[in-house]
Design a protein around this ligand. Structure first.
Ligand code: ZN
Length: 633
């Protein structure tokens, strides 16, 4: 793909949580997994009417007019998170960390940090806004170098994390407050990136610098990337919540593909002489035409009191079936809109019918009812009348946008590299000063920060190589997979740990198990530390580690000791296995003498691999061969 020619432009926004308490209260940055102690219901305090005229995201929320429920924890959240008490002054430690990061990136720190309110309309903050403060500005002097050229850092902001979304429905949303207010830095680059792999490299390098400070939180969810993507003829998309770096290039490639295909649809629509006016269609009730349908889907919906509503899409035949991304068609995009705006389960459209048990005859009846001519298409939803109308209106609006090309959207990254519609992109950030928080002069903090020496990622790697006997490659792998601290702890606690081998367990082996589909989330740090201890003591064979981890991932063993109890071969049993192999290969041993070793070893390992230390087996095999030779001579 000629990305330069297409005018690909990508910018990154990297959000990294900091290792300190919350930004505007003293609560710990502690994420909970248990059910909140209480749910508090709120309406959003922002005036939609004021914003709605100018902002598509606000208009979108006002159409939905949802209730919001917030889950509080009496021991780890307070009145600040639920907005019943004013915020306390900005967390100074968080400020220091963000200044330190700004210094690492060689950015220009502002003289005074002013906290601003950025309006959020999706309920993810109890106040109706997110507090954010610009800490430093970048430019040519603060660029990350990559194989494809420099990527300039634009801004560094200190922000509060949003509340964690538990459930989102058209009529309500539920959020937990344990996450709200955790400090994070947002590092935004200029859209200098022009190649999908360059985006990954830049994100990797920025992440490494953040981790090298040792003052940021680690683990799943503690760092996430938003990716802004556009091509010359397309439109900027904000793709949210990318957690795996490896997925970044694929997401960008597929977004380019999606935009190119949307442009093809635009051209086809124009070629057919379609205009916006064609899609001012009214919604029709076609329930009576489908009551006797054999389709399970239809019968189930209608028997639960839902209606079948439909609209005509003039001239759109064939275009809803056009694939935008692998397994995602234009019809899928329309379905996303119907789901998000109307809360329906999905749509049925003319390019996939007859199908889903709906016969040719029923399709003809619907087409006739809607006055569909030759290349007209149609969409059906099964829903209550109000939701169904909202859904179909959203479909019509989206089809109108297709005439212009690619709409600006906020999209969600999917695990396969595709994206789905999340909401319209908000208008340019609406910010106003946070009057509850005084500005902070940065100079005294900068002096403190400058007196502390911060390691670069390269220095961290150097220490791992020199101090722990690792290769540089293994050291980077440990660092990038955030297993370096676990490794160091295991090393210090266990004299005689085979360090390179254990490092490769933490990196390569864990990665390959995940790739093979094992549920590696079941493998805890404690499991891995136990493995280190038993390896160092010689009680667990290297060959057995893979089997132990697989067993734990499958839920077969609850810990490493259980494996040892159940799977380890006793000395007597090992001796029996060796004796058997020797007897089987007696002729060969007589013929070749001690050179028969590898043949015997192979036979034995077939039975005991992973259950006993290879070195122990080889010692026993040598002794037994010797005995056999003495016996026969
Ligand atoms: Zn609090």
């Amino acid at each position: 793909m000629d990305y330069r020619g297409l005018g690909l432009k990508v910018g990154l926004e990297i959000h990294q949580r900091l290792k300190t308490h919350k930004l505007f209260c003293g609560c710990p940055s502690h994420l909970r997994e248990d059910e909140p102690h209480q749910w508090v219901k709120r309406k959003l305090g922002v005036s939609y009417s004021e914003l709605g005229a100018i902002d598509p995201a606000a208009r979108f929320e006002s159409i939905r007019a949802r209730d919001f429920f917030y889950g509080v924890y009496h021991d780890t959240t307070c009145e600040v998170e639920i907005d019943e008490a004013p915020p306390v002054p900005l967390n100074r430690e968080a400020l220091e960390i963000s200044l330190q990061i700004a210094e690492m990136f060689n950015m220009e720190v502002v003289d005074e940090v002013h906290v601003m309110r950025k309006i959020v309309v999706d309920g993810s903050n109890t106040t109706g806004f997110q507090r954010t403060a610009l800490v430093a500005l970048g430019g040519d002097f603060s660029a990350i170098s990559t194989k494809w050229g420099d990527v300039r850092i634009a801004t560094l902001c200190l922000e509060e994390e949003s509340a964690y979304i538990v459930e989102s429905k058209p009529s309500y949303a539920k959020y937990r407050l344990d996450r709200l207010g955790i400090p994070l830095v947002e590092i935004a680059t200029y859209p200098d990136i022009w190649h999908p792999d360059q985006a990954k490299e830049a994100a990797l390098k920025i992440g490494r610098m953040l981790r090298a400070t040792d003052r940021v939180l680690r683990g799943i969810g503690t760092i996430r990337q938003d990716i802004n993507v556009s091509i010359e003829e397309g439109a900027r998309q904000e793709i949210k919540g990318v957690q795996e770096l490896d997925l970044i290039p694929k997401i960008i490639e597929r977004e380019v593909q999606r935009q190119l295909n949307l442009l093809k649809i635009r051209d086809a629509m124009r070629g057919r002489g379609l205009g916006e006016g064609d899609f001012n269609q009214s919604v029709r009730d076609v329930t009576h035409l489908l009551v006797e349908s054999k389709s399970k889907l239809v019968r189930k919906a209608l028997s639960s009191g839902k209606k079948a509503l439909a609209v005509r899409l003039p001239g759109m035949k064939g275009l809803l079936g056009v694939e935008l991304q692998p397994n995602r068609r234009f019809g899928t995009e329309l379905s996303d809109y119907a789901k998000v705006f109307g809360g329906v389960k999905g749509i049925l459209h003319g390019d996939e019918l007859p199908g889903y048990g709906i016969s040719e005859e029923k399709v003809s009846a619907v087409r006739e009812e809607l006055d569909c001519q030759g290349d007209d298409n149609f969409v059906i939803v099964l829903a209550d009348p109000d939701s169904g109308k909202l859904a179909l209106q959203a479909v019509l609006d989206r089809v109108k946008q297709a005439l212009k090309g690619v709409p600006n959207e906020t999209r969600r990254a999917l695990p396969d590299g595709n994206t789905s519609f999340l909401r319209p992109m908000p208008g340019s950030a609406r910010m106003y000063p946070e009057t509850d928080i005084l500005p902070v002069i940065t100079r005294p903090y900068l002096e403190v920060v400058r007196s502390v020496r911060v390691k670069t990622p390269e220095q961290v790697i150097g220490e791992l190589v020199e101090g722990y006997g690792l290769t540089e490659e293994l050291a980077w792998e440990l660092f990038d997979s955030e297993k370096d601290r676990l490794f160091i702890r295991a090393y210090l606690e266990n004299k005689g740990l085979p360090s390179r081998f254990f490092a490769s367990v933490l990196t390569g082996l864990m990665k390959s198990l995940k790739r093979e589909g094992f549920d590696v989330d079941r493998i805890s740090d404690k499991h891995l530390l136990d493995i280190a201890t038993l390896l160092a003591k010689g009680e667990l064979a290297k060959e057995a580690v893979e089997e132990v981890l697989k067993g734990i991932a499958q839920g077969k063993y609850k810990d490493v000791l259980q494996y040892l109890r159940e799977a380890r071969i006793s000395d007597q049993e090992l001796e029996r296995v060796v004796d058997e192999a020797i007897n089987r290969l007696e002729a060969k041993i007589k013929e070749k003498g001690e050179r028969a070793f590898s043949a015997v070893m192979g036979e034995v390992m077939k039975v005991v691999r992973g259950k006993v230390d290879g070195a122990k087996v080889s010692k026993l095999v040598r002794r037994k061969i010797k005995e056999k030779l003495e016996e026969v001579s």
